[in-house]
Design a protein around this ligand. Structure first.
Ligand SMILES: *[C@@H]1O[C@H](CO)[C@@H](O)[C@H](O)[C@H]1NC(C)=O
Ligand SMILES: *[C@@H]1O[C@H](CO)[C@@H](O)[C@H](O)[C@H]1NC(C)=O
Ligand SMILES: *[C@@H]1O[C@H](CO)[C@@H](O)[C@H](O)[C@H]1NC(C)=O
Ligand SMILES: *[C@@H]1O[C@H](CO)[C@@H](O)[C@H](O)[C@H]1NC(C)=O
Length: 399
């Protein structure tokens, strides 16, 4: 804080104040004081934040840097466990592998549902080949359905025979993460699948197929919701049994509805270490905490292994503005052209912490550095909204 204040004053003076000849000696003295202060603050900072490669060392030559680091106490570094080192090498290798796009890259649409999908007709419309297109969407996507309760009855040809072997899912328990991993593993079997979108039975598309395909395919990040919540519904759910690999400072929260690039989907498959920590120590009722594995495993995992590789927001919209236990569910009368345009016009992602401060974190949704609409899908639509959505789809889905 001190640095920026002093620096700011100095810069301002230099540019704005005219230096009259009369005051010149005074100015000189002031500049010397500012300079001395600046050096002092800099050294203080260098002491408090020891130089790591590429930060403070940039300012001085590498020899100067060595001299400074000799004054400083050694940076306390935790010794990594065997499992952690093994995990790091595997993950680094996968992330650094040369990237070759297949000839026919596809987006995998993965549906987690208890049974039949109420919006299959809408998805059918979404996937359908437009007559005006020379080449259809066929071959640019694949569909997977994980139905945890009852065998779905399919009404769209894109969904027929796309059910995978599934198991029961209990909300809040690790079985939800298991279902996510199961459907990912199935979708990874197709080498053409390059992006993996997790959707629920209450999700609807907000754009045309081409828009969504391009949005996901022409960026190299994954859309995983991730933020730091110091409150009871965030870090309050952390258990120290997760140590040493999962430290509280790395614990994160986010909605489960991810969209992963292929490399990220593969590292989720490769992960046994972090997964086992969440399986064993993140569950409702453990130590009086209400840890929900699917809200913490992926955000925390990616925050540890590849924080710069995720967008930190989910491309699936949900409305928490009512501040209740569950997000808003849309009924038939809610579904209007205006509502859908409102959702697609959002280009800032918002997270609110669960402590008393209720701190609001806002980030622009940057896609390859450009601010764009955040959401491609939206959820918590009740089945009764289907007819309205079918009527409106071709109108609202054009950007
Ligand atoms: C994405 O690709 C660009 C160049 O194509 C690169 O500069 C950037 O670091 C990449 N980002 C990630 C997260 O891999
Ligand atoms: C996501 O957040 C992490 C820190 O929490 C940051 O390092 C990363 O750059 C963010 N991702 C993007 C795309 O801004
Ligand atoms: C759309 O957004 C505007 C401005 O935020 C708001 O006043 C209006 O109620 C919203 N309409 C719907 C249908 O959500
Ligand atoms: C379609 O969208 C336009 C605005 O782009 C609007 O004026 C028109 O009323 C909409 N049509 C329907 C059927 O909703």
């Amino acid at each position: 804080m001190k640095t920026s204040k002093v620096w700011h004053l100095g810069m301002g003076d230099m540019q704005i104040l005219p230096v009259s000849r009369h005051r010149a000696p005074m100015k000189k003295l002031m500049w010397i004081i500012i300079l001395v202060l600046f050096v002092f603050v800099f050294l203080m900072c260098a002491y408090i934040y020891p130089p790591q490669s590429g930060s403070a060392c940039y300012v001085f030559s590498s020899r100067g840097c060595q001299v400074i680091s000799e004054w400083l106490p050694p940076v306390p570094a935790r010794e990594y466990t065997d499992a952690e080192i093994a995990s790091q090498v595997v993950i680094k290798d996968i992330l650094n592998a040369p990237f070759v796009l297949p000839k026919n890259p596809k987006v995998a649409f993965m549906f987690l549902t208890p049974g039949s999908l109420p919006f299959e007709k809408l998805w059918d419309k979404f996937f359908q080949v437009m007559i005006s297109h020379l080449f259809g969407h066929e071959g640019k996507f694949s569909v997977y359905v994980h139905a945890s309760k009852t065998k779905p009855v399919h009404v769209s040809r894109y969904f027929v025979n796309r059910d995978i072997r599934s198991e029961q899912v209990v909300w809040g328990k690790i079985s939800m993460v298991d279902a996510e991993r199961r459907i990912l593993a199935n979708a990874l079997q197709d080498p053409d699948n390059q992006h993996f979108v997790l959707l629920s039975d209450s999700c609807v598309p907000l754009y045309s197929f081409d828009y969504i395909y391009n949005y996901l395919m022409y960026t190299n990040i994954s859309f995983v919701d991730c933020f730091k919540d110091p409150g009871p519904h965030g870090n309050g759910r952390y258990s120290e049994h997760m140590l040493p690999e999962v430290e509280k400072k790395n614990f994160r929260k986010g909605a489960q509805w991810f969209s992963l690039k292929r490399q990220h989907a593969v590292i989720v498959m490769a992960d046994g270490l972090y997964y086992s920590k969440f399986r064993d120590y993140c569950k409702p009722g453990l130590e009086g905490k209400n840890c929900i594995a699917d809200e913490h495993y992926m955000p925390t995992f990616f925050n540890i292994v590849d924080p710069g590789g995720i967008a930190n927001w989910s491309v699936t919209h949900v409305d928490w503005s009512e501040r209740k236990w569950h997000p808003k569910s849309y009924r038939a009368h809610d579904v209007t052209y205006e509502l859908l345009k409102n959702i697609t016009s959002i280009d800032v992602s918002v997270h609110v912490t669960s402590d008393e401060k209720k701190e609001v974190q806002r980030w622009p949704c940057l896609w390859n550095g450009i601010q764009k609409p955040c959401y491609l899908f939206a959820r918590k639509f009740t089945p009764e909204t289907l007819d309205n959505l079918l009527l409106l789809f071709s109108n609202y889905s054009t950007p």
